[in-house]
Design a protein around this ligand. Structure first.
Ligand code: PAF
Length: 280
């Protein structure tokens, strides 16, 4: 597995790749969810490259950039075992080469949902992913469905900018009790970890209500909110039911022919957790 620390090394490696290239961008602190992305990438023909870069521009000054888990040695072993062909591991200076004056914004999607609470987050994500795509020039980009808004936003960006890459969303991997795997789960104290199960249960309760015939968004949101409250999760940034392809609000607040997605963001202690589920 090639360990590529600067742009020139990456570009040299890229030039000798023949055939298809799959790309899995990450911020490291790898867990089973990332490995699922790598497996999906590995299963299709061609080579696989991952990146590890904790991107400062997607964290606000009051967020967890400094304490974001960094487990580079362990990540390296996991990527090797997963059959990755190369890893791009740039420094901040190497990633934001030059003056760094340009930002990529996907609006209004980037200001909605998580964007209401993290106003500069998606601009940071869209900008770094654009740089990465231009450097790596992959045929396929693999992203987790766990960060559902990020997936839809990057799909939109790729379409709007006519970037020559196919975007693939890979299913969320969950712990045995349903908690979606996330690098941030390791921040949870044991008592918080126990309460965090309420997130997946809130989504499951909404799904059950939907299956029982409920179509009103407000009622489904209230069902999820009640489960969060029962688990002592009182800091709720949002619970929303949206069009699963575009994240647009549902006309009249009622589910139509298409299965929508429920998305939520909460804080358990100081840890922000997000999750989502297609209400089928
Ligand atoms: O999902 C992530 O880990 C990050 O947002 C990404 C896509 C690697 C961009 O920094």
């Amino acid at each position: 597995m090639e360990w590529l620390t600067d742009r020139a090394m990456l570009q040299r490696w890229r030039r000798q790749v023949q055939g298809q290239l799959a790309f899995v961008p990450t911020m490291g602190a790898l867990h089973e969810g990332h490995l699922r992305l790598l497996r999906a990438a590995r299963e299709s023909p061609g080579r696989v490259i991952a990146s590890i870069f904790v991107n400062p521009t997607q964290f606000a000054p009051n967020e967890d950039f400094a304490r974001y888990p960094r487990t580079l040695e362990q990540d390296r072993l996991l990527l090797q075992e997963a059959g990755c062909d190369a890893v791009f591991v740039p420094s901040v200076a190497e990633m934001y080469h030059g003056s760094g004056q340009t930002r990529v914004q996907v609006e209004p999607l980037g200001s909605d949902l998580c964007g209401r609470f993290r106003p500069t987050h998606f601009q940071g994500v869209a900008t770094v992913v654009t740089i990465l795509l231009n450097l790596v020039r992959p045929d396929r980009l693999y992203l987790g469905c766990k960060d559902y808004q990020q997936l839809i936003l990057l799909r939109q960006m790729v379409a709007d900018l006519a970037l020559p890459v196919q975007v693939l969303g890979v299913e969320t991997v969950r712990e045995a009790d349903g908690l979606a795997m996330s690098s941030r789960n390791r921040y949870l104290a044991p008592e918080e970890r126990a309460r965090a199960v309420g997130v997946a249960q809130a989504l499951a309760a909404a799904q059950q209500a939907r299956r029982a015939g409920e179509r009103r968004v407000e009622v489904l949101q209230a069902v999820a909110q009640a489960v969060l409250a029962r688990h002592g999760i009182e800091q709720v940034d949002y619970v929303a039911v949206r069009d699963a392809a575009t994240l647009a609000a549902l006309p009249e607040g009622v589910i139509g022919d298409q299965d929508p997605v429920m998305l939520l963001a909460v804080r358990v202690g100081t840890t922000r957790l997000i999750d989502n589920r297609i209400l089928a």
